[in-house]
Ligand binder design. Structure first.
Ligand code: S3P
Length: 421
């Protein structure tokens, strides 16, 4: 794909549904009694992989433009998959399934694409094994041998919502209480959704405790727009002069809003309006206007609140004056690609002063940025970050494998072209 510099960005756009909430809607809906209706479901490739896996386990799921209907069969209603479960590029589907399948009365094998087969599964396999689970394999393809589980108290070494959720799902099938203690608070959509379905779940600071229950109540879910998708336009609108972009109906759960905090700290002019709640999730319209950005320091408890947004935050840093230091972000190395290495290599092609560190990077912003032949590494968030970078750089750029944006934002380029002037 060819991309040119644009001079400003202006307009209003509705973000695609939140990826994390869409996955959870299907998974928990499948375990509910009755039909869960999901409006605003993200029709991205990752969430479609989740639908495919649950259909493979006997769950009826109707998909239309307006809504997804998940005909739940209750906590004991899943049946052994007919075929190997295929999770595509989706780490969330893969790791959450490991937890959910651990306590089922059947065996199931899971695999995904080349990227998934390289991503670490030990982070879920180890604690689940402590609960009594049995696995063959440490990477995909792997087999989960359903087994009786017992609750544990687990202190998580990395802040990961996927690990936390895998353990909570296993905890729904375990004898006694399962308590997960996080090192830093990660996204809590699972806790909110389980609570609204009537699960026996308790949150106390960094501890989350769950016990088995008899039933989960089906519900109607309206999925808010994904703040991780909104982040690309927040940066575009903040950096390009004379720009103003409004993003409608975006989820602003405080475990996800690190990108807003950091951009504001860098000097961005961001306004939240029409704050309201949908299914226990805070939602708002977000408006960003251009302003002069300066560098900042990002690390510690902020990292899990913006982990997926770090590549696009790095783009903002390239156009900000002064130094931005990103640390404590070693998790980026085990995402869809090594996002530290990928950002550093791509930034060097277009004149950005960037240095890789052991747990992040240092960017000295404000130098002229020119177009280049960018590589996406088949990683949707790298592709969208580089597309935004290319539209703000001098001259022409190209981007390979741009189609991978369909993992989380199928209409990304249409929206980008509509807002760009
Ligand atoms: C997700 C959790 C995060 C995030 C991913 C979605 C989730 O992963 O990066 O895109 O829906 O639970 P980790 O749990 O590995 O940090």
């Amino acid at each position: 794909m060819q991309l040119e510099k644009i001079t400003r960005a202006y307009g209003e756009v509705r973000m695609p549904g939140d990826k994390s909430i869409s996955h959870r809607g299907v998974m928990l809906g499948a375990l509910g009694d009755g039909t869960t209706e999901i409006e605003g479901f993200l029709m991205g490739a990752d969430c479609l992989s989740t639908i495919d896996c649950f259909r493979n386990m006997g769950i009826g799921i109707e998909v239309s433009q307006e809504r997804v209907l998940v005909h739940g069969k209750g906590l004991k209603g899943l049946r052994q998959p007919e075929r190997q479960l295929y999770t595509g590029n989706s780490g969330t589907t893969t790791r959450l399934l490991c937890g959910l399948l651990a306590g089922q009365p059947f065996d199931a094998s899971i695999t995904g694409d080349a990227s998934i087969c390289k991503r670490p599964m030990n982070r879920v396999i180890n604690p689940l094994t402590e609960m009594g689970a049995r696995f063959s394999g440490e990477f995909c393809p792997l087999t989960v041998h359903g087994a009786p589980l017992h609750g544990i108290r687990y202190r998580m070494p990395v802040a990961s919502a996927q690990v936390k959720t895998a353990l909570l799902l296993a905890g729904l099938y375990a004898q006694g209480e399962t308590v997960v203690r996080e090192s830093e608070k990660s996204r809590d959509h699972t806790e909110r959704m389980l609570a609204s379905m009537g699960a026996d779940i308790r949150v106390d600071g960094l501890d989350v405790a769950v016990r088995a229950c008899d039933r989960l109540e089906a519900q109607k879910i309206r999925v808010p727009g994904d703040i991780s998708s909104a982040a690309f336009f927040l940066v575009l609108g903040a950096v390009l002069p004379n720009s103003e972009i409004t993003l409608l109906d975006v989820g602003v759960n405080p475990t996800r809003t690190g990108v807003i905090d950091v951009l504001r700290e860098m000097g961005a002019d961001i306004r939240l309006e029409n704050m309201h709640e949908q299914n226990r999730e805070p939602v708002a319209d977000i408006t960003v206007c251009s302003s002069a950005l300066h560098g900042t320091a990002i690390g510690g408890a902020l990292i899990p609140r913006l982990i997926d947004e770090l590549p696009i935050i790095a783009v903002a840093a390239a156009f900000a004056t002064g130094k931005t230091v990103i640390r404590d972000a070693q998790e980026l190395k085990v995402k869809e690609t090594n996002r530290i290495r990928a950002v550093v290599d791509e930034f060097k092609k277009c004149g950005v002063d960037v240095t890789e560190t052991k747990d992040g990077m240092v960017i000295r912003g404000g130098r002229p940025v020119h177009g280049a032949a960018f590589k996406s590494y088949g990683d949707h968030r790298m592709a969208m970050s580089l597309a935004v970078l290319a539209q703000m750089a001098e001259g022409a750029s190209s981007l390979d494998d741009a189609d991978c944006v369909s993992i989380s934002y199928p209409g990304f380029f249409e929206d980008l072209h509509r807002l760009g002037l």
